[in-house]
Structures are given as structure tokens and as C-alpha cells.
Ligand binder design. Structure first.
Ligand SMILES: Nc1nc2c(ncn2[C@@H]2O[C@H](COP(=O)(O)OP(=O)(O)OP(=O)(O)O)[C@@H](O)[C@H]2O)c(=O)[nH]1
Ligand SMILES: [Mg+2]
Length: 355
């Protein structure tokens, strides 16, 4: 626990510090209040995130993504139930739960009841998307950090798959689960190929509906195609495909292809397949740790975050030093075709823009 001296070094307001200590001791109300603080951003939030940093890095982060209405929330419910039966604590973050498919219904009744009944091993936070996607991604990352620091062992993040968000979730999560439902049409196969690349585990939910096995077969064929291509690329052997794929590799890309994404059928409404899915998540977590990929992922994530923060800070600092209307004037000149954007950047960087 923090000493008085260290508290001062944190630069936190006494009230925030108290909330942080309560959160670290397992107080849910304190956790909720601190989440609101990081969602609102600001200097105090930054100081808080700095202070909790030493307490983070323990949770396994699981991303669940898929098209609207594929059953993500229902499945997340079931996963949480399985984890709770194993006495593993779970934090849940639902990003943008406002899809018309669920009518905004965030999570099923059972888990709500569990939370409301005071199970301290579960915590749910929903986040409405406001402003930019980038802003939401930052806020989500920060809320995940709080859950991690508060001691939740698994943090499940549900996002509606909509192109960019899927990539964002893959960047944040240690294990990414992509949901499909029976009845994949040929026309959407091209889009699915991008999804396969981020999927550590593929789930065919609504397996009670017709066509589930066909969907599994199609996905398996696409996975095989993908892994052959990745294996070839990893070994720098453009053709024929089989030549390099037998060799054992030790590069990180070779390690990446060593994980074969399983395809699991689930019926989220009755929990069928949820235990198998949890077993697959745990197997992937073990794989990441055994191969050293976990640390590699963490490094990539930390670097991306650092770059994002650094560019934000540098731009703010740079703009603060300029006379207030410098930017609008140069934008005006770009629009009237007096100057090209690249030239404008050069001019600003060389200080000419501030004259
Ligand atoms: N038949 C069947 N229905 C399911 C299954 N899983 C979920 N559903 C239903 O599908 C609908 C959507 O489920 P949600 O869990 O809200 O789906 P979601 O992906 O979270 O939806 P959004 O958050 O709106 O994108 C609900 O009516 C569920 O009851 C399943 O395995 N089988
Ligand atoms: Mg949902």
C-alpha cells in the first residue's frame, strides 16, 4: 500500500487517492467512480492511471467481436458464468451496446442478477460511443486498466464488429474471439477473410439454427488457406506452398502461425459450448505465455499506446506555442490552393508559420 510520501509523488488529489486505495481493496463503488473519472479524461485521470500502472498487467483480456445481433452479449454472459463457477473473477466492458438488434439491451438477466445480488467477483461496465472512435478506444483501454488493477482476473470486452473496431479490439485483447452465425453468404466471404486474421478463436454461435456445420466447414477451409499463406510468408518461400511449411521456425511470425485458431460451435441462449470456449481461451492464454508471445503482444501494445500519447502531447505542445490563429490561417491558405498541406507542415515546423 502507498505511504504518505508516495501519495504526494503520485500527484493525486486526496479524494482520488482515497478512492484508489478503496478500489485496490476491492470496493466496487470506488471502482465505478474512478471509471467515470477516466472516461471524462483530464489531468487527474492521467495521474490516476500513472498511479495504478504498477498494479496492472495481471488480467487476461478477451475481446469478443462480431456483427450486430450475432449473440455476443448472450455469449459473454455464459462465459462469465463458467468463469464464476471456476471461482475466477470477471470484469466485462461492453462497448457501444446500442445496436438496434438488441434494442440496447446490454447483457442478459442472469449476469445482471448475479451482479445485483452482490457477487463481488463480477463487474460490468457499458460504454456508449461518444465522439471519435479513437477516443472510445482510449477510454476503453483505461477502463480495462482499472478492472485489471482492481484484481479482475479475466476482462471480457464486447465490441460490435464494424471494420475499424475489430482491429482496435485485436490490438487491446490478448485473445480475440470472432463470432459468426450460420448462413454465411458467398457475397460476404471477402469481408470475413479480414476477420479471420484477427481471430484467435472462431465461434459459430446460434448453432441451434440450420447450416451451422456448413458455416464451420467454410470457415475451416478459409482458415486452412490463410495459415498456408501465412506459413509461406513466414518462411519467405513464395512457391510452392508446401515447400516451406514443414520447417520449424523460431521467428515471431512462425510462432504466430503455430497457433491454429479453433472453431467452436455454441448456443449462447442455453450455454452449449461455453465451457469448451473457456477451455480454448485458457489454452490460448497458456500458448501465449509458453511461446513468449504474451510479452511480445504487451510490448507492441505499450509501444502503440506510447506513440499515441506522445503524438498527442507533442501536437498539443506545438500548437500551444503558436499564436492562436496560425492554424486557421494556414488552413485557409491550403483551401485556397495557395499552399500544399506538405508545404504547410514544413512551414509550421520551420517556424515560418508563426510569423
Ligand atoms: N437461436 C439463438 N438465438 C440466440 C443465440 N444467441 C443469442 N441469440 C439471440 O440473438 C439475439 C441477439 O443477441 P445478443 O446477445 O443481444 O447479440 P449481440 O451480438 O450482443 O447484439 P448487439 O450487441 O446488438 O450487436 C437475442 O434475441 C438473443 O436471444 C443462440 O445461440 N441461438
Ligand atoms: Mg450486445
Amino acid at each position: 500500500m502507498f505511504t504518505r510520501r508516495e501519495k504526494n509523488e503520485c500527484g493525486l488529489e486526496p479524494v482520488t487517492l482515497k478512492l484508489m486505495e478503496e478500489m485496490l481493496a476491492g470496493n466496487r463503488r470506488a471502482l465505478a467512480r474512478l471509471m467515470s473519472m477516466v472516461e471524462d479524461d483530464g489531468d487527474e485521470a492521467h495521474a490516476l492511471l500513472a498511479a495504478i500502472h504498477p498494479y496492472t498487467g495481471k488480467a487476461h483480456i478477451i475481446g469478443v467481436t462480431g456483427a450486430p445481433g450475432t449473440g455476443k452479449s448472450t455469449l459473454v454472459n455464459e462465459l462469465a458464468q463458467v468463469y464464476r463457477r471456476q471461482d475466477i473473477t470477471v470484469g466485462i466492458v461492453a462497448v457501444d451496446p446500442t445496436s438496434p438488434f438488441s434494442g440496447g439491451a446490454l447483457l442478459g438477466d442472469r449476469i445482471r442478477m448475479r451482479e445485483l445480488s452482490g457477487d463481488p467477483g463480477i463487474f460490468i461496465r457499458s460504454m456508449a460511443s461518444r465522439g471519435s472512435l479513437g477516443g472510445l478506444a482510449c477510454a476503453t483501454d483505461d477502463v480495462i486498466k482499472l478492472l485489471d488493477a482492481a484484481g479482475y482476473k479475466r476482462v471480457i470486452v464486447e465490441t460490435v464488429g464494424a471494420g475499424q473496431t475489430e482491429v482496435e479490439i485485436a490490438r487491446t485483447a490478448h485473445t480475440t474471439i470472432v463470432l459468426e452465425v450460420p448462413g454465411l453468404g458467398d457475397d460476404i466471404q471477402a469481408i470475413k477473410a479480414g476477420l479471420l486474421e484477427i481471430a484467435d478463436i472462431l465461434v459459430v454461435n446460434k448453432a441451434d439454427k440450420a447450416g451451422a456445420d456448413t458455416t464451420v466447414t467454410i470457415l475451416q477451409a478459409m482458415l486452412d488457406l490463410n495459415s498456408t499463406a501465412a506459413s509461406v510468408a513466414a518462411h519467405h518461400t513464395p512457391s510452392p506452398p508446401a515447400a516451406g511449411s514443414e520447417e520449424a521456425g523460431s521467428s515471431s511470425s512462425a510462432l504466430a502461425v503455430a497457433w491454429r485458431s479453433p472453431i467452436i460451435k455454441t448456443v449462447a441462449i442455453d450455454g452449449t459450448g461455453a465451457e469448451e470456449l473457456v477451455a480454448a481461451i485458457e489454452a490460448h492464454a497458456a500458448f501465449l505465455r509458453e511461446t513468449g508471445l504474451f510479452r511480445l503482444k504487451e510490448k507492441r501494445r505499450a509501444e502503440a499506446e506510447l506513440r499515441r500519447m506522445l503524438s498527442h502531447a507533442l501536437i498539443s505542445r506545438f500548437l500551444d506555442q503558436m499564436p492562436p490563429d496560425t492554424l486557421s490561417k494556414i488552413v485557409e491558405r491550403i483551401v485556397s490552393r495557395e499552399i500544399a498541406p506538405y508545404t504547410a507542415v514544413e512551414e509550421l515546423l520551420s517556424g515560418a508559420g508563426s510569423c
